[in-house]
Design a protein around this ligand. Sequence first.
Ligand code: UDP
Length: 248
Amino acid sequence: MNTEVGNLIYRGKAKDVYETDDPERVIIKFRDNITAGDGAKKENLKKKGFYNSIISTKFFKILEEAGVKTQYIELIKPGYMLSRKLKMIPLEIITRNIAAGSLLRNFPFEEKQEFKPPIIQMDYKNDEYHDPTLNDDIAVALGFVTREELKIIREITLKINSVLKDFLKSKGILFPDFKIEFGHDSQGNIVLGDEISPDSCRFWDSETWDVLDKDLFRKGESGVMEAYITVASRVLDDEDKKKWNLDI
Ligand code: UDP
């Protein structure tokens, strides 16, 4: 197995991508940086990369078991995920089960309004244009995805939502919304990439509705890392905790 970290090929806001000696595999390094507001608000949260990588690993494994193709191959050690190399599609696919965040700022929904079926929203991932929401016609006209692929993306996204929503419910966590990204593998298949973590999802305690995600940082509240650790302690099983030496 190739676990040597090679050249840096991409640096994002919170993750780096490194080459390996296999051209079809990369290592994704989860960093401790946390950003909000288009990168305007920045901080370093000790061990955030560690926890986000193990939380993402858990979700990717559950999804693979449910038949969803993901980029994940193996967590070499916390923070370092061996992954299939993808050509990422610059779309942020946002799924909403409960109204929160920008949906409330932009539309007259009621706070905590439930959506059944869920709302799927697509934003163009582009800092220069500030990630505008787009529709299928614009996405296809931009040329990075076909109409058929958008249909596949929607189907996979709904499956991901139902698998994770049920899993989280069993752990006492509500799943108001989340953002995922897809890419093409070397055979042209649509594959789930990026991460699924408290940086990219809203997680609320089912009983108290306490926020357990990046919204705490966005709002300048304390206890951000504690919330991420709470998510890890609920979603990981004893075997995972033992493997990573976690006393949580
Ligand atoms: N999200 C993300 N990256 C972004 C924008 C949104 O991961 O660049 C996630 C966010 O964590 C939330 C969901 O997508 O779980 C919906 O976010 P929303 O549009 O409500 O934006 P926000 O209120 O976070 O600005």
